[in-house]
Design a protein around this ligand. Structure first.
Ligand code: ADP
Length: 495
C-alpha cells in the first residue's frame, strides 16, 4: 500500500489523515490542544503543543493503518492561517507563544499605521486590509514585547513563520525554513504582485528579513523528515493554508469557480485566474495556489457566523438539541411570516467589516416562535453568502460564464440551508461526496508533486457530486427578499 500523509493543523485540533492511491482516507487521528486567553481579545497557542500533537497524530494514523514511513510517498501540510511563531534558530525554542489569527492585541499598531497614512500602501501591495488578523503586526508585537527579542532578531538569531513553516522546520530538524505562497500572502508582509517579501512593509514594521522563510510553490520540495520522527525519512511535497487547500480539494481550478466552506464561520474563495483583482468592496485579494512558479489568484470573503448561528439556536436559545434538528424545525415555520435574523454576534465581516455591529431580528409577530427563528437562522447563511457574491461579481466579471458554487464544511450538510442558498443567490450549488476538502487539497498537492496522484485536469474530472441544488425561487421574490435583508443589515449597523 502507498499512502500520502496529510497534516491538517487547525485552530483547535491537529489531525493527520492517510490517503490511499485513490485519494480516499484510510486512517485518521485527531487531537485537541489547549487554547490560551491571557487577556480579553488575546488568543495564544503553545507552539510545542502544535508540534507535539501534529507528530503524535501522524504516528497514530500510521499505526492505525499499520503503515511504515516507507509506505508514505509524501507529506502534505495544511494549516490554520496567519497564526505566527517566533523561535531561536539555534535552540529551536519559541521565544513566545504563537499569536493566533483571532487575537486582537495589535489593533493599536494597525491604528497607528492607519493614522500615519499607510493603509492604502499595505492594501496595494498585499491585497489585504490593514487588520490585526494578519501575521505582520503580531510578529512586531512579539519582537517589541519579549525581553531581548529585538537584539536577538537584529543579530540574526531568530526565525519566524506561520504554522506550516514551524512544522516544516521541526519535521526537517531545522534544515528547512520555508513557506508556500498561500501562507506567505496572509502575513501582510508579502507583495502578491511581485511575489516577494515587501522591503517597504518589513522596514515599516521593523521586521528583519533574515527572520522570514523562503517562499516556495504550493507543490514543491520542502525537504524530508528526520529519520527518527516517523521511522525513516519522508518527503514533504505540498503546503497550503486551510482555505486555499479547500479550494484545491474542491478542484476550483477555473476562473469563476467559487468554493464556500460552512463551518463555524464561512470562507468563500473565487478563482480569478492569473490576474490579481483589486477589490473595491472590501474583499481580500489572495493567492489560491502557486504551481510551477505561477500564482493563481482569488478574491476571498469571510463571514464570522455561519454554523455558529445553529449553535446559538441550541446553546443560546435552547430550541434544538442538535444541529440537524434545526432543519426539521425550520420546515414547520409559517410561510406567511418573514422573520429575518442578522447574526452579527461578533460584528460583521466581509463586505461590511463592522466590528461594532451586533445581531438583530426583524419581522416578529405574535405568532413568531422557535420554527421561525430556526428558518431565519438557516436563511441568514444564504443571505450573507449573497452579500459576498454580490461583492465578488462587482469586483470581477467572468466573460458571461455561469457562476458555480461548490460547498463544504459541517453546515453544508443542511439541505434546507443549501436550497435556500441556491434560491437566494440564483445559482447552482454543488455539494461534493467528499467533504474533507482541506485535507484532500493538501494530500493532492503532495501526491501530485511526487507523481502518485493525477495532474490537475484528471483530479478535477474525478470531483464527484453528492447533491446539486438548483435555484427554484422566482427572480422577483429573490430580489424583494434580498433587498429586505439589505435593509435589515443597514438597520443592525445603525443600532
Ligand atoms: P468547524 O471546522 O468550524 O469546527 P465544521 O465544519 O465541523 O466547523 O461545522 C460545524 C458547524 O456546522 C457547527 O457550527 C454546526 O452548528 C453546523 N452544522 C452541522 N451539521 C448541521 C446541520 N445538519 N444543519 C445545520 N448546521 C449544521
Amino acid at each position: 500500500m502507498t499512502y500520502v500523509l496529510a497534516i491538517d493543523q487547525g485552530t483547535t485540533s491537529s489531525r493527520a489523515i492517510l490517503f490511499d492511491t485513490d485519494i480516499k482516507p484510510r486512517a485518521v487521528s485527531q487531537q485537541e490542544y489547549p487554547q490560551h486567553y491571557p487577556r480579553s481579545g488575546w488568543v495564544e497557542h503553545d507552539p510545542l503543543d502544535i508540534w507535539n500533537t501534529t507528530l503524535e497524530t501522524c504516528r497514530a494514523a500510521m499505526a492505525d493503518a499499520a503503515a511504515g514511513a516507507e509506505d508514505i510517498a509524501a507529506i502534505g501540510i495544511t494549516n490554520q492561517r496567519e497564526t505566527v511563531v517566533v523561535w531561536n534558530k539555534h535552540t529551536g525554542q519559541p521565544i513566545h507563544n504563537a499569536i493566533v489569527w483571532q487575537d486582537r492585541r495589535t489593533a493599536d499598531i494597525c491604528d497607528d499605521l492607519r493614522s500615519r497614512g499607510y493603509e492604502l500602501l499595505i492594501t496595494e501591495k498585499t491585497g489585504l486590509l490593514l487588520d490585526p488578523y494578519f501575521s505582520a503586526t503580531k510578529i512586531k508585537w512579539i519582537l517589541d514585547n519579549t525581553p531581548g527579542a529585538r537584539e536577538a532578531a537584529d543579530q540574526g538569531e531568530l526565525l519566524c513563520g506561520t504554522i506550516d513553516t514551524w512544522l516544516i522546520w521541526n519535521l526537517t530538524g531545522g534544515r528547512v525554513h520555508a513557506t508556500d505562497a498561500t501562507n506567505a500572502c496572509r502575513t501582510m508582509l508579502y507583495d502578491i504582485y511581485k511575489g516577494n517579501w515587501s522591503v517597504t512593509i518589513t522596514d515599516l514594521l521593523e521586521i528583519p528579513r533574515t527572520m522570514l522563510p523562503e517562499v516556495r510553490d504550493s507543490a514543491a520540495d520542502f525537504g524530508e523528515t528526520l529519520p527518527e520522527l516517523l521511522g525513516s525519512p519522508v518527503k514533504i511535497c505540498g503546503v497550503a493554508g486551510d482555505q486555499q487547500a479547500a479550494t484545491l480539494g474542491q478542484a476550483c481550478f477555473s476562473p469563476g469557480m467559487i468554493k464556500s466552506t460552512y463551518g463555524t464561520g464561512c470562507f468563500a474563495l473565487l478563482n480569478t485566474g492569473d490576474r490579481p483583482v483589486r477589490s473595491k468592496h472590501r474583499l481580500l485579494t489572495t493567492i489560491a495556489y502557486q504551481l510551477d512558479g505561477k500564482p493563481t489568484y482569488a478574491l476571498e470573503g469571510s463571514i464570522f457566523i455561519a454554523g455558529a448561528v445553529i449553535q446559538w439556536l441550541r446553546d443560546g436559545l435552547g430550541i434544538i438539541q442538535s444541529a440537524p434538528e434545526s432543519n426539521e424545525l425550520a420546515a414547520q415555520a409559517d410561510p406567511g411570516q418573514d422573520v429575518i435574523l442578522v447574526p452579527a454576534f461578533t460584528g460583521l465581516g466581509a463586505p461590511y467589516w463592522k466590528p461594532s455591529a451586533r445581531g438583530a431580528v426583524f419581522g416578529l409577530s405574535r405568532n413568531s416562535g422557535p420554527a421561525e427563528f430556526a428558518r431565519a437562522a438557516l436563511q441568514s447563511v444564504g443571505y450573507q453568502t449573497r452579500d459576498l457574491m454580490e461583492a465578488m461579481h462587482a469586483d470581477w466579471t467572468n466573460q458571461g460564464e455561469e457562476a458555480v458554487l461548490r460547498v463544504d464544511g459541517g453546515m453544508s450538510a443542511s439541505d434546507y440551508a443549501m436550497q435556500f442558498l441556491a434560491d437566494i443567490i440564483g445559482a447552482q450549488v454543488d455539494r461534493p461526496e467528499i467533504l474533507e476538502t482541506t485535507a484532500v487539497g493538501a494530500a493532492w498537492l503532495a501526491g501530485m508533486h511526487c507523481g502518485i496522484y493525477p495532474d490537475m485536469d484528471e483530479f478535477a474530472s474525478r470531483w464527484a457530486l453528492q447533491k446539486r441544488f438548483e435555484p427554484a425561487m422566482p427572480a422577483k421574490e429573490r430580489d424583494s427578499r434580498y433587498s429586505r435583508w439589505k435593509r435589515a443589515v443597514e438597520a443592525a449597523m445603525l443600532v
